[in-house]
Design a protein around this ligand. Structure first.
Ligand code: SF4
Ligand code: SF4
Length: 174
């Protein structure tokens, strides 16, 4: 080492100059969750199990979403609709239990594509963080949308963007 390297002073000053420069630079970080960055219109987040116009659950527990899921994140238990439950479930069969393990999910959207009943959609909601693994297994209480109009989850904007992308690529939509 030469003299200047041995006294370390130039290296310290150089380091401090770099630090000082960063004080005046535009920040790359945001104060989440107070500040949120805009999402891509086709963002894939927390799933929703939709109801139809009459508030009945659309899912018929056919299991196609679970078969399509590459992460094996979806499990369900099917049940037969009883007499008098026509207002609750649209089809004769419904999912008594429907669970998605959000720690396994890779948000690929294949479940949404596989569903023949337009029952499951991904939304622009972020899955909240937690310290307990079990809390990432989302059941129907966290997946099925509410019956009240203000508790419905609007997926139309995202779907419109997806359709537009398919059209732009020259594909065929349903
Ligand atoms: S988004 Fe993909 S990984 Fe997640 S549950 Fe659906 S199919 Fe499985
Ligand atoms: S969400 Fe759709 S694909 Fe999955 S079990 Fe229900 S109806 Fe079938």
């Amino acid at each position: 080492m030469n003299f200047w390297e041995r006294i370390y002073l130039p290296a310290i000053l150089k380091g401090m100059w770099i630090t000082l420069k960063h004080f005046f630079r535009k920040k790359n970080t945001v104060n989440y969750p107070d500040v949120k960055r805009p999402f891509a219109p086709v963002w894939r987040g927390w799933h929703v199990l939709k109801r139809d116009d009459q508030g009945r659950e659309r899912c018929t527990a056919c299991g196609l979403c679970a078969v399509a899921c590459p992460a094996e994140a979806i499990t369900m238990t099917a049940a037969e609709r009883e007499k008098g439950e026509e207002k609750l479930y649209r089809e004769e069969k419904y999912a008594a239990v429907y669970e998605i393990n959000m720690l396994r999910c890779i948000f690929c959207g294949l479940c949404e594509e596989a569903c023949p009943k337009e029952a499951i959609f991904l939304t622009d909601r972020i899955v909240p963080s937690d310290y307990v693994r079990q809390s990432f297994v989302f059941g129907k209480d966290l997946l099925v949308e509410g019956t009240e109009p203000e508790k419905r989850i609007d997926v139309s904007k995202r779907q419109k963007h997806i359709q537009e992308k398919i059209w732009a690529a020259g594909g065929v939509t349903q």
